[in-house]
Design a protein around this ligand. Structure first.
Ligand code: SAM
Ligand code: SF4
Length: 327
């Protein structure tokens, strides 16, 4: 069978592609204030190489891609890549995760190029807090991006909010109120001990979202909403009468490793079958040479070596940051 099935029987359907490791923000749980040693631009995969990688991946059963980073909208002419993926590969679903700062400028061209869906990372509804967690982001710019995405028809709009104990966990009710009024899905995410996130976890900022969900079921009557099993790690709930849903992404308190169907391709051409480990398979040379056989072999090797799941509960941490892994 021509599919990417690992030694634990998991079939891989989804590829997340980081198009740059640079970012215009410095979220405290993701990147140090001074940034990281970024990949030299001439080492980044070209749009042709990424398109070739996706074409090969599709022949191996991948049908969904997500463009991410770093901040993907920093990559020049990104809409061109979306159009290439849409026209020259058989991929069914093209999505993107962005911090939204540049979305007002690019939402229309992204939608016209074939982008289907967008997730916007936004950790706080309070301007000063947003600036604090991102170290210099302006909340208003993100809202303008969200409105532009909505006007461009990039639906459904999903907001990813990383909740941190003692920092933004008092905003949970405000997010619920937002889903009451607007058809927006808000997904709460747990901090993972990846890159800078490991230190925040040690400092006690990790928040258990399985416990939070139980509390919200009791206090606000949340009900299960379209579980979308097999379509990503979020489990969705809805407050009765609300237009939007609340998703819970719980890698720590309720791990979903046993159903993982994702792989990642970094901006330098490293295949990472599991985000929790620093090990990877470098397929950059195969992609540069347009060598289909070697690229297939790279995908197969990465999947064959994929571990059963993360070992963060045993104190392991992941050194490579999310901005490189492509969160
Ligand atoms: N810059 C874009 C953005 O922020 O949406 C895309 C890349 S960013 C690395 C993707 C996601 O990774 C964001 O939603 C961010 O909150 C999440 N992330 C980064 N570091 C994390 C960590 N240590 N634990 C959990 N999520 C993390
Ligand atoms: Fe940039 Fe996204 Fe990391 Fe924030 S989470 S620093 S926006 S890559």
């Amino acid at each position: 069978m021509n599919q990417l099935i690992d030694s634990f029987g998991r079939t891989h359907r989804s590829l997340r592609i980081s198009v740059t490791d640079r970012c215009n923000l410095r979220c405290r749980y993701c990147m140090p204030a001074a940034g990281l040693p970024f990949a030299p631009r001439d080492e980044l995969l070209s749009f042709e190489e990424i398109t070739f990688a996706v074409d090969v991946a599709v022949s191996l059963g991948i049908d969904r891609v997500r463009i991410t980073g770093g901040e993907p909208l920093l990559r020049r002419e990104l809409s061109k890549l979306i159009a290439m993926l849409d026209e020259h590969t058989g991929v069914v679903d093209i999505a993107m995760t962005t911090n939204g700062l540049l979305l007002e400028r690019y939402a229309d061209s992204l939608a016209q190029s074939g982008l289907n869906r967008i997730n916007i990372s936004l950790d706080s509804l309070e301007p000063e807090r947003f600036t604090e967690i991102t170290r210099h982001g302006i909340l208003e710019d993100v809202w303008e991006g969200i409105e532009a995405a909505s006007r461009a028809g990039l639906s459904p709009i999903r907001i990813n909010a990383l909740l941190l104990e003692g920092f933004n966990d008092d905003e949970v009710e405000d997010w619920l109120d937002l889903t009451k009024k607007h058809a927006i899905d808000v997904r709460f995410m747990e901090l993972m001990p990846i890159g800078e996130g490991a230190e925040l976890g040690r400092l006690g900022e990790y928040l258990n979202l399985t416990s939070l969900r139980q509390r919200l079921v009791e206090e606000r009557g949340l009900e299960p909403a379209d579980p979308e099993l097999g379509n990503g790690p979020a489990r969705y709930w809805r407050e009765p009468g609300a237009k939007g849903r609340i998703g819970f992404i719980t890698p720590m308190s309720n791990s979903y490793c046993d159903t993982c169907s994702r792989m990642r391709l970094t901006s330098k051409g490293e295949l990472r079958a599991c985000l929790a480990y620093d090990e990877h398979v470098d397929i950059s040379e195969a992609l540069r040479a347009g060598d289909r056989e070697a690229t297939v072999a790279g995908f197969r090797r990465a999947v064959a070596e994929k571990p059963a799941g993360h070992q963060w509960h045993d104190g392991e941490i992941t050194k490579t940051g999310m901005s490189v892994l492509g969160g």
